[in-house]
Design a binder for this molecule. Structure first.
Ligand SMILES: *[C@@H]1O[C@H](CO)[C@@H](O)[C@H](O)[C@H]1NC(C)=O
Ligand SMILES: *[C@@H]1O[C@H](CO)[C@@H](O)[C@H](O)[C@H]1NC(C)=O
Ligand SMILES: *[C@@H]1O[C@H](CO)[C@@H](O)[C@H](O)[C@H]1NC(C)=O
Ligand SMILES: *[C@@H]1O[C@H](CO)[C@@H](O)[C@H](O)[C@H]1NC(C)=O
Ligand SMILES: *[C@@H]1O[C@H](CO)[C@@H](O)[C@H](O)[C@H]1NC(C)=O
Length: 556
């Protein structure tokens, strides 16, 4: 009997194991099946009218355990140094003051003169408004090395020593003068405020939807996360991606009556002390002066030093400007597409889909303007968000633009045209003649990072599916870029937020067959002022990088 029992339990265990395997198999295939059926049907958003729900709705939670693990690793990897606690009483006098701070160009290691291929190091010392040295880190600094006459420039890497001093490291990439520029973007106390705002006040930018039915119309507030009130909610969470979105339910109309999405406005309620941490010309993106000479003279590369240069290049900047032209350091030679026929030749027979915000719409507009044969097919779309389509019949070129859906800060936009990038990618066939270019960053500044991570995880899954189905599809991602910072822009969309997002974006798509256009460095290294929408000479360089990825130089 005992023997039989053991036998049965042994077989039982094997049977159980088999069942589990079969179940896993079925579940996996169901997932595939779900994706396939979903992408072949029209998406309808599920609408919940459950009126018993009154708590805050903050679905920043990851979709799966794997996603959660990745999210926490990513958050660790972008951890910013500790900054002074808040809401400690902050006296401006004790915060970082760019006017009192200085930088010093350190002598060349091993002595002698500077050569192309060397690394230049600068020591930055931060002082407060009373002139006392700061003892802790966490300030946000950026650095650039440039030569205005040569239209040359390269971004520096800033290292925080956590004791009030910082290093900026530059690769010397051209002969002639090279001038150092160091900028304090935010004092560490401002970072404390920025961090807290995204945890506590992600709805400081809010949205509105108009609901309409017959002659009745109502407007309510919408967001990723709504503060608790007595009002019931409409749940517009996307079924395919799980991307959350909510509006307060209109009093009379149903959730299905939502017709537009728009930026509502902003709610900023700062104390005087907090406001003083974000002042133009005082402590918001202000240059730091050199304590001695700010420039060096660089001699030609020493023979036999190119290996040194290559090793610098691997961990250093992604490129630099020379004669106003972006030179990539990643091994690709950036081609120049100076004439419309150069561009047409590259795009002949191709479909280029552009998705994202206004910063990538600039690419669409640049190409549309540069190619006289690209004619707009008028879809009578909303002016900012599209969708737009331009066609060159003779050369069989199609170029489209579509915005990235919520949380888009936009004037009233039809909800029927809102599409998540991941869902759009799932509806593409792809292939050697298909180019996908997207960006997603400028509307995410005011949310906890978890929300951005989740969005990118969804997009990446769709990119992986697309590349599995059609490996020849070219996927190109534009990163975020530094911009002009007013007080308002700083507290809702600071470069600090963009930088943190950027690090996540790069980590997220690492190792995939996608290409990055490093808008961050391309704006940072350029002499033109930082701008949310970079000026044409910078866009031209981005387009050259984009087209180089689509049509690489023969033999490379
Ligand atoms: C509404 O939500 C509550 C709380 O989550 C739940 O208990 C209830 O069953 C829901 N009602 C409907 C009709 O879905
Ligand atoms: C801060 O740390 C750096 C790197 O360890 C060191 O070189 C520098 O002397 C320190 N500065 C101060 C003021 O302690
Ligand atoms: C909103 O809808 C999604 C998708 O159906 C669901 O998973 C989520 O729990 C809902 N959220 C709330 C707060 O009702
Ligand atoms: C603004 O902040 C003050 C002090 O922190 C607080 O008492 C007040 O309720 C806030 N107002 C709003 C509209 O949030
Ligand atoms: C494109 O224009 C730039 C800037 O005017 C010039 O330096 C470069 O030689 C041109 N390249 C080609 C291939 O025409």
């Amino acid at each position: 009997d005992m023997k039989v029992n053991i036998c049965v339990s042994k077989y039982g265990a094997i049977f159980l194991l088999l069942t589990v395997f079969v179940l896993i198999f079925i579940l996996r295939n169901m997932d595939d099946l779900k994706v396939r059926t979903l992408s072949s049907t029209i998406f309808t958003q599920r609408v919940s009218t459950n009126t018993s729900m009154h708590q805050a709705v903050c679905t920043y939670q990851p979709l799966s355990t794997e996603d959660a693990v990745e999210a926490s690793l990513l958050l660790d990897s972008i951890a910013w140094p500790e900054t002074p606690p808040s809401p400690a009483p902050v006296s401006l006098e004790q915060t970082s003051d760019p006017a009192h701070s200085t930088f010093t160009v350190l002598p060349r290691k091993g002595g002698g003169q500077w050569h192309v291929g060397d690394q230049l190091e600068v020591m930055i010392k931060i002082y407060d408004f009373k002139g006392s040295p700061r003892k802790s880190g966490g300030d946000f600094l950026i650095a650039r090395l440039h030569n205005r006459k040569l239209s040359a420039g390269v971004a520096g890497q800033v290292v925080d020593h956590l004791n009030g001093s910082y290093s900026a490291v530059f690769s010397l990439l051209w002969e002639g003068d090279a001038q150092v520029e160091v900028t304090l973007v935010h004092p560490s106390e401002a970072i404390t405020v920025l961090r807290r705002l995204n945890q506590e006040k992600p709805d400081r930018i809010y949205f509105q939807s108009v609901f309409r039915s017959g002659s009745q119309s109502e407007t309510t507030t919408c967001n990723v996360c709504l503060p608790p009130t007595q009002q019931p909610l409409c749940n517009y969470t996307d079924l395919h991606t799980g991307e959350p979105w909510f509006c307060y339910k209109p009093k009379k109309l149903s959730c299905n009556a939502r017709i537009t999405h728009a930026m509502g406005g902003h709610k900023l309620n700062f104390t005087t002390e907090e406001n003083r941490l974000f002042q133009n010309n005082i402590n918001l993106k202000v240059s730091i002066q050199a304590s001695g000479p700010a420039s060096v003279t660089v001699l030609p590369e020493k023979t036999g030093q190119s290996e040194v240069k290559n090793s610098i290049v691997k961990s250093g900047p992604s490129g630099y400007y020379y004669q106003g032209v972006w030179q990539s350091l990643g091994g690709t030679t950036v081609r120049q597409f100076n004439t419309s026929s150069d561009i047409t030749q590259c795009l002949k027979g191709k479909v280029v889909h552009v998705y994202g915000d206004s910063t990538i719409r600039q690419w669409f507009e640049y190409l549309h303007t540069a190619l006289p044969d690209l004619k707009e097919f008028n879809l009578h779309s909303q002016k900012q968000g599209g969708p737009f389509m331009v066609l060159d019949h003779a050369n069989n070129i199609m170029l489209t633009f579509r915005c990235h859906s919520t949380p888009l800060r936009i004037s009233p936009f039809p909800t029927r045209e809102l599409r998540y990038i991941a869902n759009e990618l799932d509806n593409l066939v792809g292939g050697a003649n298909t180019v996908v270019a997207f960006t997603i960053w400028a509307h995410f500044g005011n949310y906890p990072m978890e929300f951005y991570i989740r969005r990118l995880q969804n997009i990446r899954r769709a990119v992986v599916r697309l590349l599995d189905a059609a490996p020849d599809t070219r996927v190109i991602i534009r990163t975020g870029n530094p911009k002009a910072l007013s007080h308002f822009v700083a507290v809702t969309n600071s470069d600090w937020y963009s930088l943190q997002n950027d690090k996540v974006l790069r980590a997220m798509f690492k190792g995939l067959n996608v290409h990055l256009v490093d808008a961050w460095e391309m704006v940072l290294a350029h002499h033109l002022p930082h701008n949310l929408h970079p000026q044409p000479p910078i866009i031209k360089n981005m387009i050259d990088v984009l087209l180089t990825y689509i049509c690489p130089q023969k033999g490379s």
